[in-house]
Write a protein that binds this ligand. Structure first.
Ligand code: GLN
Length: 273
């Protein structure tokens, strides 16, 4: 039998992944039901036959490219443990910028917010965790993703979030919101990035949009005007080269105070108005 230490050394087998060491730690921790730090306090622990078999199988699947979040079935976002499956986008750390910015723009404790294309529920649930007094509607077109979001909502116990099956605004009752947020699909169908890494295992519908990736952002900006209070905010995530185009879309839709914000890598990743 091999020890934790010997299994950690197998990150070399994942040479194709730029996060090989972390991947191995997360998968081994998952199999052993322990936090990653435990692996370094018990390097001499010998895996049981069952544990070793499970780890070998996960490592092989990771080797063939499957995202770590699909192998463990979970991903942390805004320190919330979220269930993840192949029906949605895997929450990304850069999307926490959108949550942070929404909280900064809207310090009030009472507010109506709308999250469009919620996927796992990540953005809506992160906002709910910080603002228990907000009423948050989270729209999701995919039935499977909406079920997953509802499962995440229930397990976190946020009663102030309502998951609604809706293609963008289609099923949203006429009402007003002070805040609309979205991480919509914004990748161009011809982008070679779609052939690499985790995105190969995520639904195209969560990633790709027409008109060089801008079609859904434009739809959201144009329709948001009807659903926002005067002085309400719209925040959308977008690709690192799309900020100027998105600012133009916002301005054309009638938004004021339009500005883009940079993520931790220095890319303009978010536009608000
Ligand atoms: N940021 C993601 C990526 O580039 C895409 C997310 C999205 O389309 N909303 O992999």
């Amino acid at each position: 039998m091999s020890t934790v230490k010997q299994n950690l050394a197998r990150s070399a087998e994942l040479a194709g992944s730029d996060s090989a060491r972390l991947d191995v730690e997360v998968l081994l921790g998952h199999v052993l039901g322990r936090p990653r730090t435990w692996l370094y306090t018990w390097p001499e622990y010998e895996l049981t036959v069952a544990e070793q078999g499970q780890f070998d199988a996960l490592l092989a699947r990771r080797h063939s490219g499957e995202p770590v979040a699909h192998l463990t079935g979970e991903r942390e976002f805004w320190s919330l443990p979220l269930k993840v499956d192949a029906s949605t986008l895997i929450p990304r750390p850069e999307t926490e910028l959108l949550v942070e910015t929404a909280l900064e723009l809207c310090p009030q404790q009472q507010l109506r917010a709308l999250d469009l294309g919620t996927g796992t529920g990540a953005i809506a649930l992160a906002l709910a965790s910080e603002r228990p007094g907000w009423q948050i509607v989270a729209a999701e077109r995919s039935a499977d993703a909406a079920r997953l979001a509802e499962e995440n909502r229930r397990s976190l116990g946020f009663d102030n979030v309502q998951i609604v099956r809706s293609d963008w605004f289609a099923q949203i009752a006429p009402q007003v919101f002070e805040l609309i947020v979205s991480n919509p699909p914004y990748i161009d169908a011809a982008d070679p990035h779609l052939e690499q890494g985790d995105v190969r295992f995520e639904p195209r519908s969560a990633l790709v949009a027409d008109r060089e990736g801008l079609a859904d952002i434009e739809h959201i900006a144009v329709r948001s005007v009807e659903f926002l209070t005067a002085g309400g905010w719209l925040l959308v995530e977008h690709g690192w080269q799309q900020a100027a185009a998105v600012r133009d879309i916002f301005a054309a839709a009638g938004f004021h105070n339009v500005e883009s914000r940079e993520d931790f890598s220095g890319w303009e990743r978010l536009t608000l108005g």
